[in-house]
Design a protein around this ligand. Structure first.
Ligand SMILES: Cc1ncc(C[n+]2csc(CCOP(=O)(O)OP(=O)(O)O)c2C)c(N)n1
Ligand SMILES: [Mg+2]
Length: 673
């Protein structure tokens, strides 16, 4: 680390020029923050971050998470200096088809672990990655994971977002000393100076939460270096480096006066003469600003050589470990392959007429035994959302002990979900997390990010309907299924439904649903499960058909007069209603549709064979009627659903009062004839 401060400053100026130029060319983007943070990212990449330039997927690499995704021009410029992006690509910032998108999610091959568009989530993804690294160190014994450092970069927006409280709490509770977070404290945000909305003592806040906090001048390379050195020595807690940075460092206005520390540079090109003056001020050529200075090229060529020997040493260690632990090494390779784990579901024994949340516990118990790289979490509801099925076979993480596989997240659903996403981004582990379905509302922003990034996080949501009963309307999910089913309709960039949503009809169908969720490594999966017991579907039901998303339940009549359609526990109510209808001589078919998204991926012939056009249909849903509108067209029948927030009463009373009974099914179906 003999780099002169002069060269480091020159490299930071190079990043500033590149970032400002990319935004200028795009006529869109955020130059100010990027220019302020350039010194930190440059010191990090030129002296600290350990990665293999030839092997971006190296499992033991350090990882850099950029919470303020709007500072992507800073990251792209940095990645140009290490050859991951070309200057031509940088000049195509934010254009159609360009790899330099606005707020890139992740692209490991190009050195992007993650940038977060929604402020706040990104640094909690980093916290999740740090948890994954601790887990892998404990569960493989591979020394490389204990040497891995997760770097997070956070800005004023991320600190202000509520999720920072949850993330900071968890990182401290778990003693994540493999996490170093840099806070770009530049006193400026999008529309105001921070002092107008923030008077807290952030250093004191993080110290109180249990972090090591170091305060420096964020544009001083020597201080950044000292802080990173100190942070690496900290044991038993995460470190926050608060760098006072200058927004738009080096920027000049059109009249040549300072354009630093100015809100206007947050989210707009510097513009015209201001841009020209700024590039000149930073030592660049305004006519040809997309250049890397010779001494900066040399700085990074030297770093590449250093990395070669650093990696050679680490690979040698890993090799020695693998030779001594061939089984573990094979397991590790499997875990990072992204392939679905092999599971023997015959070991999963279900009780008759059980609640699907309890059936899920039986599945989780099998998963805890058979999937050694699975991590299950709960937001303080493990005995209610029945993730305790998993917990009973392992133990929760504690500071210094990651030999278990359960993550008690505390009452912080968004934090929990983001940690799980971070684990998935890290790789090597399969995260799942549980809470009540109604609180999925607290997780939506993360579910959307998992869906966009095609990450196979498993979301377990129990207490799926108004039958939460006595807890009252605040706890009764009504519109939540409609919301999450929208994500089944929304396609990801690979053309698949962006989330696989499964609401199983009984205990056995829950096993089938969990099997589908575990096989699905291409998107997030969501399981929606009942609190109350549900009668088994009729004997002889072929549960393997759940894999088609929708299927004809056993005991259905040939050439039906009416088809009854539902998901989840309402299917059993239809079965009871069908008994009454048959007494009148009606022929009835019952269709269970745990996932309409999956059903719509089947052949048109199959869909028609299950729900033939022209046959009368009746749908029953404990959610909004719209849940079944795609399956029960208005012209062919009717849907009984809930159109209010629900009421407080024991669930059997609610079933009676709200019409979720065999008698009401009978009455409503008869209205169709
Ligand atoms: C959750 C969320 N809310 C709002 C925004 C829009 N937004 C982008 S940057 C920003 C201000 C951020 O200020 P700061 O983090 O200090 O960045 P700087 O201005 O220093 O670059 C806002 C409100 C966002 N990206 N995410
Ligand atoms: Mg700021």
């Amino acid at each position: 680390m003999a780099n002169s401060i002069q060269v480091l400053n020159h490299a930071a100026d190079n990043i500033r020029i590149l970032a400002a130029s990319a935004v200028e060319k795009a006529k869109s983007g955020h130059p100010g923050g990027a220019m302020g943070g350039a010194d930190f990212i440059n010191v990090l990449y030129s002296e600290y971050l350990k990665y293999d330039p030839k092997n971006p997927e190296w499992v033991g690499r350090d990882r850099f998470f950029l919470d303020p995704g709007h500072m992507a021009p800073m990251l792209y410029s940095q990645l140009c200096l290490i050859g991951k992006f070309s200057l031509e690509e940088l000049a195509q910032l934010r254009q159609w088809g360009s790899p330099t998108t606005g707020h890139p999610e992740f692209e490991i091959a190009r050195g992007i672990e993650n940038t977060s568009g929604p402020l706040g989530q990104g640094h909690v993804f980093a916290i999740g990655a740090a948890i994954a690294a601790k887990f892998l160190a404990a569960h493989t014994g591979n020394p490389t994971f204990a040497k891995e450092t997760i770097y997070a970069y956070i800005s004023d927006g991320g600190v202000q977002e509520e999720i920072s409280q949850g993330g900071a709490r968890i990182a401290a509770v778990l003693g994540l000393d493999n996490l170093i977070m840099f806070y770009d404290s530049n006193d400026i945000q999008l529309s105001t100076e921070t002092k107008e909305v923030m008077t807290e003592d952030t250093a004191a806040k993080y110290r109180a939460l249990g972090w090591e906090v170091i305060e420096i001048v964020g544009n001083d390379a020597a201080q950044i270096r000292c802080a990173l050195d100190a942070a690496q020595k900290v044991e038993g807690k995460p470190t926050l480096i608060i760098g006072k940075c200058i927004m738009g460092k080096g920027a000049l206005k059109a009249d040549g006066t300072s354009y630093e520390a100015n809100c206007k540079t947050h989210g707009a090109p510097l513009g015209g003469d201001a841009f020209i003056n700024t590039v000149k001020n930073l030592g660049g050529d305004p006519e040809n600003p997309f250049q890397i200075f010779d001494d900066v090229k040399e700085l990074y060529a030297n770093r590449a050589k250093e990395l070669e020997s650093i990696c050679a040493e680490r690979y040698a260690e890993e090799k020695a470990w693998a030779a001594a632990n061939p089984e573990k090494a094979a397991a590790q390779a499997d875990w990072f392959s992204g392939k679905a784990p092999k599971i023997d579901w015959s070991k999963c024994v279900q009780k008759d007429n059980d609640a699907t949340r309890s059936a899920s516990a039986a599945c989780l118990s099998v998963l805890a035994e058979q999937v050694p790289n699975m991590i299950c979490a709960s937001a303080d509801l493990s005995n209610s959302d029945k993730t305790d099925g998993f917990l009973k076979k392992t133990h929760a993480f504690t500071k210094g002990d990651f030999s278990g596989a359960f993550f008690q997240a505390g009452v912080a659903e968004l934090t929990m979900a983001c940690c799980c996403i971070g684990m998935a981004l890290h790789g090597g582990v399969i995260p799942a997390c549980g809470t009540f379905f109604v609180f999925s509302d607290y997780m939506k922003p993360a579910v959307r990010m998992a869906a966009l990034m095609e990450l196979p996080v498993k979301f377990i949501w129990t207490h799926d309907a108004f039958r939460v009963g006595e807890d009252g309307p605040t706890h009764e999910p009504v519109e939540q299924e409609a919301q999450i089913r929208l994500m089944e309709k929304l396609k990801n960039h690979s053309g698949k439904p962006s989330v696989l949503v499964l609401r199983p009809a009984d205990a056995q169908e829950t096993t089938a649903a969990w099997a589908l969720a575990m096989e699905n490594m291409a998107t997030p999966s969501a399981l929606i499960l009942s609190r109350q017991n549900i009668n088994n579907l009729p004997a002889g039901n072929d549960y393997s058909q759940a894999a088609k998303g929708g299927y004809i339940v056993a005991g259905s009549d040939e050439n039906p007069d009416v088809i009854l359609v539902a998901t989840g526990s309402e299917v059993s109510t239809l079965v009871a209603g069908a008994e009454l209808l048959r007494k009148d001589g009606k022929k009835v078919r019952i269709v269970s549709v745990p996932s309409e998204g999956l059903f719509r991926q089947q052949s048109k012939e199959y869909q028609q064979s299950v729900l033939p056009q022209g046959v009368k249909k009746f749908g029953l849903t404990a959610g909004l009627p719209v849940n079944l509108l795609g399956l029960v067209p208005e012209a062919e029948g009717s849907i009984w659903g809930l159109e209010s927030f629900g009421f407080s009463a024991p669930y059997k009373v609610l079933d009676e009062k709200l019409g979720y009974t065999a008698e009401n099914v009978y009455a409503q179906v008869n209205k169709l004839f």
